[in-house]
Write a protein that binds this ligand. Sequence first.
Ligand code: PMP
Length: 284
Amino acid sequence: MTRTVYVNGDYLPEDQAKVSIFDRGFLFADGVYEVTSVLGGKLIDFAGHVRRLHRSLDELQMASPVTEDELLAIHRELVRLNDIDEGLIYLQITRGAADRDFVYPKDATPTIVLFTQSKPGLADAPMAKVGLKVLSIEDQRWGRRDIKTVQLLYPSMGKMMAKAAGCDDAWMVEDGHVTEGTSNNAYIVKGNTIVTRHLGHEILSGITRTAVLRFAREAQMVVEERPFSIDEAKAADEAFITSASAFVMPVVELDGQAIGTGKPGSMTARLREIYLDEMRKAAV
Ligand code: PMP
């Protein structure tokens, strides 16, 4: 089956979808994105993704080319046309095409692109039973990581550094403290306490993070939103990451050293279960 994608108002076979070479997303990474997961053919935490999309757009003084209702309708239509049961929907909005100039163009029409990625078994990923091996690397990204821009080269380089070291992913460190993973938020667990970096310009406010911290507090776990070091992480009982595509995923090794027992932890497993149960119930 050829994948159907959405570009500026049209549903097209993927090989017919086109964007200008003058698009500022291409020339300046002047664009934002969201990735929403699909479970059982329904969208997980769509409202959260739309809220963050608008915040990213506002920070870049960019207008949305579609309303929230239209955005929901497009997501649902792509799920239907591509027969997605489990998978992801990628959405990107850029400032649009204009003659190359650093100054934001006044009259460019934003470009909007959406496509699906079918991922059967997404919620039942074998890695959730094994856990990730993580490498710590320096955080060399720009200073506005709270805006979800398409400028993802350093995270991509970080993932390559992790793979070269025989790891699955990297945690980035700035001023001695972990900011986040290449494409996820980072957590450690000690006793009944979950520690994850506080929000600010230094990290992306994960949609999954918001939901997981709410569920953790509801389950009487203690949550501390503060920086933590690699040494503190190595001495933790458990560690995990969250993202819209990985949900809650255990981390079992950091820089070659086992965390806790070296197996996925029980708090992590419980949070993953609660998250998936609750989000499936609330899916649209
Ligand atoms: N931090 C970064 C740098 C990310 O790229 C992502 C995934 N987009 C996250 C955190 C997790 O965010 P979410 O839970 O909204 O997927």
